[in-house]
Design a protein around this ligand. Structure first.
Ligand code: SAM
Length: 472
């Protein structure tokens, strides 16, 4: 029985409800009157239900689809301005006991080199990341109770936060590790993590069980209820995602929104982020074997529909996508992107040769962070290295109320400009710096409060003279 407030996976992600939703969406995919009314509701910027959102995703009326895209762009601008938050993944270990059939880390893969970073190696990786200019990381690891126990993850987080190389610092560590216990989530919270991210992979239970034949991850309910346990453990910023390509995308989309509704219903705050990874080629993995791959056009529509359905949720895209696709979806709603990423264990210090790669997937966007930063600025986006919210205690519903109050432009814009200035001073190539300085000057006028603008001007001067880490 469908119940968004239930704590049971099968009840808040109810298969019957998804099937009915898909049938309803199919029935109304050319219903201009209904689609108009859903678009009117979406314009209020308070979100849509999974049913309404599914109708938009299924919509086959070309003019209405254009309206969806236009609205997504507008909502993106209103909530996130032209800021794009930058991050990089850090792979700690690819030892894994699970049998996920789409992932090269699966336990039966005997030819992938297995690696686990020592604390000294982590130090070296973090220095390499700091020297690129990164301030925010997403930690990644396979699931292995003895090789990668929670103590290893906690020690690694402590190491990462402790490293201050030149002007560098990692100020926010997000964590993407396997589903775990409330007690372990509490420990992660105490270690000072930002968002806990866990991808559902697929919301379709039968498919999930088929794709995860062995290992702890094969327990669908334990995995699906993980974000609830994370919230119970005190982590109030959690990230959702599905791996597109494994199941029919409309099913996944409905499941994803139901999951967001569940978090809102139970904890009063929806997901902090939604990631939209697509299945990629990788060692021992041929995406052709999975027959639910989606085109770039459908991918763009999914992003747009997520944007209009959950306006307060950040959207993340990784280097799984090419520069071209990334450019397209930035306009439609993506607010965080990775840059200069290496998906191999130890890859920032020592890039691996392809034939001996421990990488999790093949990266499509191979540009350096500086190239990505410049590319964003040439499109008038402000690359932001801001980590202020969580360090100021603005997490969970406090973050959401900042969004809802519209105060974001007095807070996030200044923080974005100040952290970009740090990047330009410490890491940028001369041409990147030139473009960046112009961009900062231009965007100063968009800070609404004069008092705040004055403070930002002073702080930008101080950054030029070597001071760091200002924030609102
Ligand atoms: N091991 C952890 C878990 O099981 O949730 C999380 C870390 S895993 C390094 C991060 C994500 O990479 C997975 O959740 C999955 O969605 C994604 N992934 C795995 N294989 C992939 C592939 N071949 N292409 C693209 N993404 C993949």
């Amino acid at each position: 029985m469908y119940d968004p407030k239930s704590m049971k996976a099968d009840e808040f992600i109810d298969h019957g409800e998804i099937m009915e939703t898909l049938a309803y969406a199919d029935q109304h995919k050319k219903d201009a009157a209904l689609i108009d009314s859903i678009l009117e509701k979406a314009k209020l910027r308070k979100g849509l239900t999974h049913r309404e959102a599914s109708v938009l995703l299924a919509c086959e009326l070309e003019d209405k689809n254009q309206e969806i895209f236009k609205l997504a762009e507008q909502i993106k601008k209103d909530f996130y301005g032209n800021r794009i938050v930058m991050f990089a993944p850090l792979y700690l270990s690819n030892y894994c006991v699970n049998g996920c059939t789409y992932c090269p880390y699966h336990a039966k893969n005997k030819h992938i080199p297995r690696k686990k970073l020592t604390q000294d190696e982590i130090r070296a990786e973090v220095i390499a990341l700091q020297d690129m200019g990164h301030k925010r990381l997403a930690l990644e690891a396979g699931e292995h109770p003895t090789m990668n126990p929670i103590e290893y993850i906690l020690e690694s987080i402590e190491t990462i936060y402790s490293i201050k190389h030149k002007n560098g610092a990692i100020r926010r560590v997000n964590v993407n590790i396997a589903a775990t216990t409330v007690e372990n989530y509490r420990k992660l919270k105490e270690a000072g993590i930002g968002t806990y991210i866990l991808f559902q992979e697929t919301y379709h239970r039968a498919t999930y069980e088929q794709l995860h034949p062995t290992g702890p991850k094969s327990d669908y309910a334990y995995h699906t209820e993980a974000h609830d346990r994370a919230m119970q453990g005190g982590i109030d910023d959690v990230g959702l995602g599905v791996l597109f390509g494994l199941e029919l995308y409309r099913y996944e989309f409905a499941g994803l929104l139901m999951h967001a509704e569940h978090l809102e219903a139970v904890f009063g705050v929806g997901p902090h982020t939604i990631s939209v990874p697509r299945l990629c080629p990788a060692d021992d993995i041929d995406p052709g074997e999975f027959d639910n791959g989606i085109s770039d056009d459908i991918f763009a529509k999914i992003v747009a529909c997520i944007r209009v359905s959950v306006p307060y949720t950040g959207m993340i895209i990784s280097t799984r996508e090419s520069p071209k696709v990334r450019e397209r979806v930035l306009h439609l709603g993506v607010s965080q992107i990775s840059g200069g990423s290496r998906t191999s264990v130890g890859g920032y210090v020592e890039p691996e040769k392809e034939e001996e790669s421990s990488a999790q997937f093949d990266v499509s966007d191979r540009r350096t962070l500086d190239e990505v930063v410049r590319w964003l600025m040439e499109m008038d986006y402000i690359p932001s290295f801001c980590t202020a919210c969580y360090r100021e205690g603005r997490t969970g519903d406090r973050f959401m109320s900042l969004c809802k109050s519209g105060q974001i432009s007095n807070c996030c814009l200044p923080n974005a400009l100040m952290t970009l200035k740090e990047y330009l001073m410490d890491y940028a190539a001369p041409e990147t710096r030139r473009i960046g300085e112009e961009l900062i000057a231009k965007n100063m006028n968009d800070i609404p409060k004069e008092k705040v603008r004055k403070i930002v001007e002073e702080r930008l001067d101080k950054i030029a003279y070597g001071e760091r880490d200002f924030r609102f």
